[in-house]
Each structure stands twice: as C-alpha cells, then as structure tokens.
Write a protein that binds this ligand. Structure first.
Ligand code: PSV
Ligand code: MN
Length: 409
C-alpha cells in the first residue's frame, strides 16, 4: 500500500529512471483525466437473493440512495461523474414501464449530488421477458420493448450523455426450443424498426453475451453478431464489450483491435473476466493493461474528437463483497491498467517488431504491462487533484459504511 508522500516520491523516482520523465508526466496527466461510468445497480440489492438470499449490508433501497453512494464514490475518486441507469430499475414508477417524468426527477437529484446521468439501459430482462424481448414470438412483447427503447433514446438525448446501451436476455435453454433464425430475424427487425425513432446524435451500443439466461443459445452471443447488427443500423451504432461475457481464454484485446480497425463505435463494461459474468470487481491484471494498450494506440481514449472515443463503464454487482469497496477497487484497477498501458515504450516496441526480435518486443511490452509498479503514479495524480491517496482505505476510515448500515438496515 502507498502510505505517504515519501513512498510516492521514491516510487516516482524509480519510474522516471526506467520510463523517462516525460512519459511519467504524461501518464500522471492521463490518470487525472480518465473517467469511467458506474452502474446504479451496483449499489442496490440486485445480485442478492440468488444464492442464500444474501445482500451485503447497507445496500441502497432506492435510486436516491444509489445516487448518494455514487456521489460518495465520485468524491473519493474524482473519476466517476456519471451514473448509468436501467429504465425499469431506476426510471419507472411500477417496474414495468419507463417514465420520462421520473427520469427528469432522477436527473435533478443526480445534479444536486454533483453527478450526471450516463448510459441509459432499456431493461429487457424483467417481468414479461421470459420468452425473450426483441426476439419474442409475440408481437406485443416486441412492441413493448421497442417502445421502451424509443423512450430510452429520448431520455438519453434530453437528460443524459446521448448513450443507449442494449443487452438482450434472448436465447434458449434447449436445442429445438426456438427457431434460431427466426429469433435472430425478429431481433434484427425490431432494431431496424426503432432505429428511425432514435435521435441521430444518440449512440447505440449493442452488448453480446455467450450465455445467460440462455444456456443453449443466446441470440446475440458474440462481438461479430453485435457488429453485424450495428452495421445494419449505421454509423451511430456499435459494439459493447462486457469483459465477463466471453468464453474463458478469449483474447479480448484482439477483439478491440479489430473493432477499432473497422472504425466501429465501441464501449466497455468492465468487470472480472474470469468470473465469466459481470458481477465482480475489476482487477489490475495484465489482461486489462493489454486491453488499455489497444484502446490507447487505437486512439479511442482521450481522442480530441470526442466522437472517436469509446464509452467506458463499469458493470458489476456481486452479492458477496462490500459494494462500495468493490467499485472503488475497480476504479483503482482501471487507473492502474491505463497507467501501465501508457508507460509502454511504443517506439522501441515498434523497432523490435520490425526487426522481428520477438522476445525483446515481449520483454519491453511487459516491462510496463507487468513489471511497473504504477501505484505511486496514481497516488501522485490523486494528490494533484486534492483526492485521498487510496480511495479504498479512505472509504474504510470514512464511517460511511456504518452510516448506511444503520440507516438502511
Ligand atoms: C447482462 O449480464 C449485463 O451485463 C447487461 O449489461 C445488463 O445491463 C447488466 O448486466 C445488468 O443486468
Ligand atoms: Mn454488461
């Protein structure tokens, strides 16, 4: 743990010696600028109930309490000014229909807490979606969700950051249960039908997931399917990569490289890859640093043309851990991954690549990605922004947990 300024300075000295003064300064600046969106649902009871009906103590009971928590996370990190919402969890009176007036009120409340609304998720997976959403056989079900998506587009444009993120729980449990082609066609047609009614400046990111709730098939199982659908919609549609939605061992940085090369708009739902779903905290592991390397060299982060930048979001909600600590840890892990990616000596790496010096290329890459201890660098960025050295430690000391447990039961 970085405990004090002395450790910060000693660590920085080592980094400057190895990676050069200029690069270290550049990375400190980048860490100061980096922002990531956090999900409203990490603070609520979702995720509990499935196994042993356990929810971590102090879970938020309403969107207002979720906003309180999100605001405290932003106060400690200075990096999370926006909160993603799910229409049926957060912007509805009855959990069945979205409500623009509720959304307006939520935005006002967010503003009062120093936050903005981020991605709008037209929830497709609650009541009435047991036979799918956009792929459902019943026209009525499809129409209901199309309408909800159009409302999402309006909320995204008028109250939020022009971002709609779509995840479909559609699929099947058994071979033969549904007609795969028909399901895909229904989903595609629903998207094409609503696209006209989504404002052109709203970006639509289509998420994929290889399993769950479908155990035999999911209608949008992989990035290729998302990309095909996005291509049909046009330049304001793209692919949403959720780290936990792949088979084990998938090379996600390769996916990122292809999408960027194709000029496809994109976004991330960060969480733990190996958990094979979207529930647990991001860890500062080499895979994440390699992903950030692709994002950085692909110029979809900090691009001066905001149109080119991908959307960066955390999607997590585990029933076991302390949620506030979990999201603070995720932000810290993402900052570490970003810092490592930017420390790579790109010129030397390129030289070794051209000379086919395979091992030297791998070593210079991993000097930054695996070898560098970037914690002093993050601490320096936080000090310069007037933030605590370590947000997780600061949370533990803050007394906030005790306060929410007492208040919320
Ligand atoms: C689905 O597993 C997912 O990753 C989608 O992004 C949802 O919006 C989110 O989790 C919450 O259920
Ligand atoms: Mn997700």
């Amino acid at each position: 743990m970085i405990k004090n300024e002395k450790m910060v300075n000693l660590g920085l000295e080592m980094l400057r010696e190895e990676f050069g003064e200029k690069r270290v300064e550049k990375v400190i600046d980048a860490v100061k600028k980096f922002e990531v969106e956090i999900p409203s649902w990490i603070f609520g009871v979702f995720g509990g109930g499935r196994f042993g009906e356990y929810s971590p103590p102090g879970a938020a009971r309403s969107i207002l309490e979720k906003l309180d928590d999100a605001s405290f996370v932003h106060k400690l990190t200075g990096a999370t000014p926006r909160i993603a919402t799910h229409i049926l969890w957060d912007l509805s009176k009855d959990g069945y229909e979205g409500d623009f007036e509720v959304a307006k009120k939520v935005k006002e409340e967010a503003r009062q807490r120093g936050l903005d609304l981020g991605a709008i998720n037209p929830t497709y997976f609650l009541r009435g979606s047991h036979r799918g959403s956009f792929s459902a056989e019943e026209k009525k079900t499809r129409e209901r969700f199309i309408e909800q998506t159009i409302l999402g587009g309006k909320i995204a444009e008028e109250l939020s950051n022009n971002l709609l993120t779509l995840w479909f729980p559609d699929g099947s449990l058994y071979p033969g249960q549904i007609e795969l082609r028909k399901a895909y066609k229904n989903l595609r047609e629903a998207l094409e039908c609503l696209h006209e009614d989504i404002p052109k400046d709203v970006k639509i990111l289509i998420e994929y997931k290889v399993f769950e709730p479908g155990t035999y098939s999911t209608t949008v199982p992989d990035w290729g399917t998302s990309a095909l659908l996005a291509k049909r919609l046009g330049p304001n549609a793209g692919v949403l990569v959720d780290l936990g939605h792949h088979h084990h061992g998938t090379n996600i940085e390769q996916i990122v490289a292809v999408l960027i090369s194709e000029g496809m708009p994109g976004g991330f739902h960060f969480n733990t890859r190996y958990a094979a779903d979207d529930d647990q905290s991001v860890e500062p592991n080499p895979e994440n640093a390699r992903i950030f390397y692709e994002l950085a060299v692909g110029e979809v982060i900090f691009n001066s043309n905001p149109e080119k930048n991908w959307a960066y979001m955390i999607d997590q909600c585990s029933s076991r851990e302390n949620r506030m600590q979990a999201v603070l840890h995720s932000v810290d892990s993402l900052q570490q991954s970003l810092a490592k990616a930017l420390l790579v000596d790109q010129n030397l790496l390129r030289k070794y690549q051209l000379e086919d010096k395979i091992i030297l290329a791998d070593r210079i890459f991993n000097d930054a990605i695996i070898g560098a201890d970037v914690r002093p660098l993050l601490a320096k960025a936080r000090l310069e922004k007037g933030l605590p050295l370590d947000p997780v430690e600061e949370y533990v000391k803050s007394g906030y947990q005790k306060k929410i447990e007492l208040k919320r039961g």
